[in-house]
Design a protein around this ligand. Structure first.
Ligand SMILES: Nc1ncnc2c1ncn2[C@@H]1O[C@H](COP(=O)(O)OP(=O)(O)OP(=O)(O)O)[C@@H](O)[C@H]1O
Length: 304
C-alpha cells in the first residue's frame, strides 16, 4: 500500500487545514494511501518532518499550510537522496506558490488536485545551504513578510502585509551591490533585489512574467536606486504588470547569481528570514516532483 505523510501547520492562515483535517485524511485513505499526519508546532518542525518522511520512504508528502510551511518542507527534502512526490494544500494567507501552480485555495478542490492531478518536475532554488521554491529577496521592503505577526495575518489576511508595508516605507534605503549572473555583471545602488522561480510573488502575479517553474532559470528583478514616491508608484505599476519598461527596473534570467552587498542586507526566502548576503544562488533544474492540476494551467514549458 502507498504511504502518504501529511505535514500541516494548524495555525496557518484562517486555520482551514486544521478544520478540514478529517476530510483530508479520509480523501487520502479512500485514494489508497495509508496516511499519517504531523502537526507542526513551530520553526523547523515541517522541515524535520519532511526529512524524516524522505528517510522513511513515504510515496507522497502533502505540505498543508502557507508558503512558510511549503518552504520548510522543500528545505527538508532538497538534500535527501529519496524525494517523494510533493502535494500542496494551500492554507496560508497569500499562498503564492500554490497560486503559481494553479492549485485552488478551497481545500476540498485542492484535495481533488492531489488525487487527480499529474506529476510535474519543478526547479528548486539554492542559496548557500538553504533552499527556496518561490522567491528570494533582499532589501528593506522584503523584510515585511516575516515581520507580520501570525495573529494579525489570521485576522486580516493579505491586508496585514499592506499595513506593514506602509509602516516600513520611511525605512527603505538603497544599498550598493555587485551582482554576477551567468558571467554578466551589474554594479550599483539598489532598493530591492528579487530572484524569482515563479511568476506569483506576494500576490503580484505579473511581477516576473517570463518565470517558468521548470526552465532551469531564475528571473532576477532589481529596483535601482530611486526615491520613495517612485517606490510607491512602481509598486502600483508592478501590480498591473507595467513595471518592466521602467529604466529603474532591471529584469534578466540566469541560472547562477552571485550577489555581494556593501552594507548588511538580509535575505528573505519564500517570505521567511534566510540569513544575510553575500550569497550565490543556483537554480536546481527539475529537482522535486510535484502534483499539479491535470489541465494546462501552471507555468510550465513544453510539458503538456
Ligand atoms: N503550531 C504552530 N503555531 C504557531 N506557529 C507555527 C506552528 N507551526 C508552525 N508555525 C510557524 O508558522 C510559520 C509558517 O506559517 P505558514 O506559512 O504555514 O502560514 P501563514 O504564515 O499563515 O501563511 P503565509 O506564509 O501564506 O503568510 C513558520 O514560521 C512556523 O515556524
Amino acid at each position: 500500500m502507498k504511504k502518504a505523510r501529511l505535514i500541516y501547520n494548524p495555525s496557518s492562515g484562517r486555520e482551514q487545514v486544521k478544520k478540514h483535517l478529517p476530510y483530508i485524511l479520509d480523501k487520502l485513505e479512500t485514494a489508497g494511501y495509508e496516511t499519517s499526519a504531523h502537526a507542526t508546532t513551530g520553526k523547523d518542525c515541517a522541515k524535520q518532518a519532511a526529512t524524516r518522511a524522505c528517510e522513511r520512504k513515504f510515496d507522497l508528502i502533502v505540505a498543508a499550510g502557507g508558503d512558510g510551511t511549503i518552504h520548510e518542507v522543500i528545505n527538508g527534502m532538497a538534500e535527501q537522496k529519496n524525494r517523494p512526490a510533493l502535494g500542496i494544500l494551500p492554507g496560508g494567507t497569500t499562498n503564492d506558490f500554490a497560486r503559481a501552480l494553479h492549485i485552488p485555495k478551497n481545500i476540498e478542490s485542492a484535495c481533488d488536485v492531489l488525487l487527480e492531478g499529474k506529476l510535474q518536475s519543478v526547479d528548486v532554488g539554492k542559496v548557500e545551504n538553504k533552499y527556496f521554491i518561490n522567491i528570494a529577496g533582499a532589501g528593506t521592503l522584503t523584510e515585511l513578510t516575516y515581520e507580520v505577526p501570525s495573529r494579525l495575518k489570521t485576522m486580516m489576511g493579505q491586508v496585514a502585509y499592506y499595513v506593514k508595508g506602509f509602516e516600513k516605507l520611511p525605512r527603505i534605503k538603497p544599498t550598493h551591490v555587485t551582482i554576477e549572473y551567468d558571467g554578466r555583471w551589474f554594479e550599483g545602488e539598489i532598493m530591492l533585489f528579487l530572484v524569482c522561480n515563479t511568476n506569483s510573488v506576494g500576490g503580484f502575479e505579473k511581477l516576473a512574467p517570463d518565470a517558468y517553474l521548470n526552465d532551469g532559470l531564475f528571473d532576477m528583478i532589481i529596483l535601482k536606486k530611486t526615491n520613495l514616491a517612485d517606490v510607491v508608484r512602481l509598486t502600483g505599476a508592478a501590480m498591473r504588470g507595467e513595471h518592466l519598461n521602467d529604466e529603474r527596473i532591471m529584469y534578466v534570467q540566469a541560472n547562477r547569481i552571485k550577489i555581494h552587498a556593501q552594507n548588511e542586507l538580509q535575505l528573505n526566502l519564500d517570505g521567511e528570514f534566510g540569513g544575510s548576503l553575500p550569497g550565490e544562488f543556483v537554480c536546481l533544474h527539475n529537482h522535486v516532483q510535484m502534483i499539479v492540476p491535470e489541465k494546462k494551467l501552471g507555468r510550465f514549458q513544453e510539458l503538456y
